[in-house]
Write a protein that binds this ligand. Structure first.
Ligand code: ADP
Ligand code: MG
Length: 228
């Protein structure tokens, strides 16, 4: 089915730990994220949300199971296809912005586009449009340290969307912000997701924010289930 933009099939992941030994975090997790759908991922700390998102975003590999993004099989380990898919089709947002500190907000959004083969001029234009849409255009020439927490996250959203991915993965994207800022920044993120027609999987502890998405999934015992 090509209206599924992210398909996770029977993902398994076990971490080896000193003592008491092994910790099986994912035990056959399945997910189908459809085009244009925004899905919340909720679970207590330590349940495996970050593990699942990192595997879905091709930042980590499962022990078993499949990842398919925008119709392409991304399960092979460390090959070029995975890198290409990660660059072109996946945007990732972390709890902390992870912007490059020595570059300006604008440069942080331009750089991934240059790495993907976009011309400097087109990259600058796309970046300014994105910054404008999240209300941070006036801060384009500032480095991350000179921005507020909310502004930093808005710039991080722009960077994640720089290469116009099909799928956005966000790991507690407003978890570092005070409640009021969190609400505003989350609304900005959802507006971007809708404008760009993205599919999004967003981990959050905030059940009010989760309820604003199309579906809520709970990671429970290493599998994904619809939340009650
Ligand atoms: P969540 O994001 O839901 O808080 P995580 O995916 O970060 O959960 O972690 C799930 C479990 O796996 C936790 O118990 C965590 O300590 C453990 N874990 C995560 N990453 C590693 C790792 N690289 N090595 C060993 N254990 C890990
Ligand atoms: Mg986490």
């Amino acid at each position: 089915m090509n209206d599924v933009t992210l398909r996770l099939s029977s993902l398994n992941k076990t971490y080896l730990q000193g003592t008491p030994g092994e910790l099986q975090v994912l035990r056959g997790a399945d997910l189908e994220l459809r085009a244009g759908e925004a899905v919340a991922l909720v679970a207590p700390s330590g349940a495996g949300k970050s593990t699942l998102l990192h595997i879905a975003g091709l930042l980590d590999t499962p022990d078993a199971g499949g990842v398919e993004i925008a119709g392409r099989n991304a399960s092979g380990k460390g090959d070029r296809t995975r890198t290409a898919i990660r660059r072109q089709d996946v945007g990732f947002v972390y709890q902390f912005h992870h912007l490059l500190p020595e570059f300006t907000a604008l440069e942080n959004i331009v750089l991934p586009q240059l790495a993907n083969g976009t011309s400097e001029k087109a990259a600058q234009e796309r970046s300014m449009q994105l910054l404008d849409r999240v209300g941070v255009a006036a801060r384009a020439d500032h480095r991350p340290a000179a921005l507020s927490g909310g502004e930093q996250q808005r710039v991080a959203f722009c960077r994640a969307l720089a290469n116009a991915p099909r799928v956005l993965l966000a790991d507690e994207p407003t978890g570092n912000l005070d409640p009021e800022t969190s609400d505003q920044v989350f609304a900005t993120l959802m507006a971007l997701v809708r404008d760009e027609g993205l599919s999004a999987l967003i981990a959050t502890h905030n059940l009010e924010l989760a309820a604003r998405m199309d579906r809520v999934l709970r990671l429970d015992g290493g599998v994904l289930r619809p939340a009650e």
